[in-house]
Write a protein that binds this ligand. Structure first.
Ligand SMILES: [Zn+2]
Length: 416
């Protein structure tokens, strides 16, 4: 092994053991509070639901450890034995050495690797989620989802990859700027096109039916000056009992999608509060900020990639010929070992946005009350971990914990 390969192995193992440690820290913390519902949650969750949420959290942690171990061993086995390089070169010899050929070779190798983790996704849905009553998916739906995912990754990923690989050769030493521009355009295009062409492949979207709820939400949108192309109902219950709301599209074409499970779980006042929270994200310009942030990180990513591509030792450390497609593959597999350490920073920003959107909602509704009861219900229905360890949530949670959000909402209410 080259010194560089040893450093990379060290980084992969460091992240792996750190995550194990975080998991055990979190599980211990949860277990310590497992015997009775903590004082602060007595109003929120009954004993039985609380115990079930503890069991769910611990079961997910055990499963997560198992699947992390598997994927780390697999990654190390492929990288440090040179097997990955051999497989990639065999496939590339067959697909040809043009930009298209290399793009298809990359797609095949990534597909092979994700196939190896397929049993874990299956188990998660049909054993783990099913055991806690969350799974609504059938085998047919699940396998159809996988097939659609593969087809989409081919239809979108291969042309994009081949364009990027072609740019490396065609645009000289500043190729990374061109590559970045291409990805930026692609991302913007996808945020407009995905809601129209991709999301409907997986879910049915229908306009929220006329009635009291619709009137109330339309009225809220008008009051807050939120221009939109419609509030949609999505059949999330097709796959899972978990509930959510999100928006799609850009500018005036934006739509809000409410999971049918959400509409079932919350009453009208609570749904209005959830929508107000989502509108808050828009009004406070969280979306362009998030997009800008992703453009910056993509730019840095391509810049680092271009530097690594110029160093023959980078690819050689893992047995690869110094071809750019191999560098792309290695970079894609290894970047996470470094960017993982930045996740507390991005989670911090994301949590700040959540507080801001909550404050906006309580202002728009005139009270934090409905949002608080909505959050309580959602935490209960989704069996959320009410007592995450602060370190664990720092690395894994983009949303503040329930009590923190409630405290902030009550504070806003008193001071507003
Ligand atoms: Zn939010």
């Amino acid at each position: 092994m080259t010194p560089f390969a040893i450093i990379v192995l060290g980084l992969i193992l460091l992240r792996y053991f750190f995550e194990l440690w975080l998991d055990s820290l979190n599980s211990d913390y949860v277990r310590r509070h497992a015997d009775e519902v903590p004082e602060a949650f007595r109003e929120i969750m009954d004993e039985a639901t609380y115990r079930k949420s503890v069991r769910y959290t611990l079961a997910k942690a055990r499963f997560g450890t198992l699947s992390d171990t598997y994927s780390t061993v697999l990654l190390c086995a492929l990288l440090f034995t040179g097997w990955l390089a051999t497989i990639f070169e065999q496939v590339a010899a067959w697909t040809g050495e043009s930009a298209w050929g290399f793009a298809i070779a990359l797609w095949i190798v990534i597909l092979l690797m994700s196939t190896l983790s397929l049993p874990f996704s299956w188990w998660s849905q049909f054993r783990l989620e099913a055991r806690f009553g969350f799974n609504n998916s059938t085998q047919h739906t699940w396998w159809a989802d996988q097939a659609k995912g593969v087809a989409l990754s081919f239809a979108l990923g291969v042309p994009l990859l081949s364009l990027l690989l072609w740019l490396v050769n065609a645009s000289g030493s500043h190729w990374w700027l061109w590559a970045w521009g291409t990805v930026v355009v692609f991302q913007l295009l996808m945020s407009v096109l995905a809601p129209i062409f991709i999301l409907p492949l997986f879910n049915k979207f229908s306009p929220l039916p006329d009635g009291a709820l619709r009137d109330r939400l339309d009225d809220l949108a008008k009051r807050t000056g939120f221009v939109n192309a419609g509030i949609q109902l999505m059949d999330g219950s097709k796959r899972s009992k978990h509930s959510n709301a999100f928006f799609t599209g850009l500018g005036k074409g934006r739509k809000i999608a409410l999971f049918d499970t959400l509409v079932e779980q919350l009453d009208e006042a609570e749904l209005e509060a959830v929508l107000a929270h989502e509108i808050g994200h828009y009004k406070l310009r969280h979306v362009p900020k998030r997009i800008a942030w992703s453009f910056v990180t993509t730019l840095i990513g391509f810049w680092v990639l271009s530097i690594l591509a110029g160093q023959s030792w980078f690819a050689k450390s893992f047995g690869f010929e110094p071809v750019i497609a191999g560098v792309f593959l290695l970079f894609g597999l290894l970047a996470g070992a470094v960017t993982f350490w930045l996740s507390p920073l991005s989670n911090f920003c994301s949590r700040k946005f959540e507080y801001e959107a909550d404050a906006f909602a309580s202002e728009a509704i005139g009270s934090g009350g409905p949002l608080i009861t909505a959050l309580r219900k959602l935490n209960r229905e989704n069996l959320s971990n009410l007592t995450p360890h602060p370190w664990y949530s720092g690395f894994h949670y983009g949303h503040p914990a329930l009590l923190e959000r409630e405290a902030a909402l009550q504070y806003n209410h008193l001071s507003g």
